[in-house]
Design a protein around this ligand. Structure first.
Ligand code: ADP
Length: 332
């Protein structure tokens, strides 16, 4: 079990975390999702005692990392690839880790097999490893103490397609065996394939915290994605027609509740040149971009903030007060 509560962290004038809280239950994969700079690594580093928070708690099985009596046997961590001494062989690196943490050497073969590093690779110097092999070695090191908590920062980075598929089933197996698994990623589609729950963060705040399928249902509303030569004018016209419009980070506009035909007609009547126009079925990626965009650009007062809950609801969902997100239904 991982519990993070009211975590704040500033680096000089940069607020990396502005009061983050969530928990990660055992037996499931939780995705910590957010764009670059959202604060994911800071959370992971605080959890692992590598960075000290300003305020708040980050606990593993109810304890701070530095108070754990056998950290490597409790938490397996993967930070950026390439932490190992590159002149060593993989096997020597694992042997050194095992010895210094009083872990039986027999675990080495077990974890090498678990992560699919063949003996030939284990005897090679780490400097000759591809990024994918380095990631596998990092995972082997994380598993060495047979921990029941795994904290992996962007484990997909550097993996090829085969490695990604392998990682997915690897994480699923770990959770199915009862482990608590927290995986950070900036890739929505990827993490949503594996994670049972998603904690979406942006700008150092929790934007959503709920089961993956609920996140899709709640945020991935069908609508229209449109790009125009003059997006600001198009947005004004569409809002004038009563539709909810949000700029997406790539410059497109997301229009909720309209059909492509309606948007095309309206643009035509106002002689606004469209560059692309299409209906969206409410994809996961859009839901994510939408959430992040909502946090960056809170909707104008025209969209009804009055119907948003006045106080955070004690349900699984945590929404920023400024987002004015009105879930279609609360399934709780
Ligand atoms: P993520 O992992 O989601 O990309 P980070 O936790 O690395 O985000 O960073 C969150 C914010 O804190 C960013 O604005 C980043 O620039 C800043 N930051 C992170 N580490 C440091 C540091 N050591 N010194 C100064 N600023 C930092």
């Amino acid at each position: 079990m991982i519990e993070v509560a009211e975590l704040t962290k500033r680096y000089g004038s940069t607020v990396a975390l502005g009061g983050v809280g969530f928990s990660v239950p055992p037996g499931s994969v939780t995705g910590l999702l957010g764009p670059n700079g959202a604060g994911k690594t800071t959370i992971v580093k605080i959890l692992l005692g590598l960075v000290r928070q300003d305020t708040g708690r980050a606990l593993i099985h109810g304890e701070r990392y530095r108070d754990l009596t056998a950290p490597l046997r409790t938490v397996g961590a993967l930070l950026e690839a390439g932490c190992a001494h590159r002149g060593r062989t993989a096997r020597r690196h694992l042997r050194w880790l095992a010895r210094s943490n009083r872990i039986p050497l027999s675990r080495i073969d077990a974890v090498l097999e678990q992560v699919g590093l063949p003996d030939r690779a284990a005897r090679a110097r780490i400097s000759a490893f591809s990024l994918g092999m380095t990631q596998r070695l990092g995972l082997a090191a994380a598993l060495l103490g047979d921990p029941d908590v795994l904290v992996l920062d962007e484990p997909v980075n550097g993996l090829d397609a085969e490695g990604i598929i392998w990682l997915r089933s690897f994480l699923r197996r770990q959770a199915d065996q009862g482990r608590t698994v927290l995986v950070s990623s900036h890739l929505m589609t990827e993490v949503a394939r594996t994670a049972d729950r998603l904690v979406v963060i942006g700008g150092g705040r929790v934007l959503a915290d709920l089961p993956t399928d609920e996140l899709i249902e709640r945020y991935a509303r069908p609508g229209v994605r449109v790009t125009a030569r003059d997006p600001a004018r198009l947005a004004a016209v569409l809002r004038g027609a009563g539709w909810e419009v949000r700029p997406l980070p790539d410059g497109a506009l997301s229009v909720t509740g309209a059909t492509a035909g309606q948007v095309g007609d309206l643009a035509g009547r106002h002689r606004i040149v469209l560059e692309s126009l299409g209906g969206t079925s409410g994809s996961l990626e859009d839901a994510y971009l939408d959430l992040v965009a909502r946090a960056d650009n809170p909707p104008p007062p025209a969209s009804p903030p009055s119907s948003a809950p006045a106080t955070p609801r004690p349900s699984t969902a945590t929404l920023p007060p400024s987002s004015a997100v009105t879930p279609r239904k609360d399934s709780r």
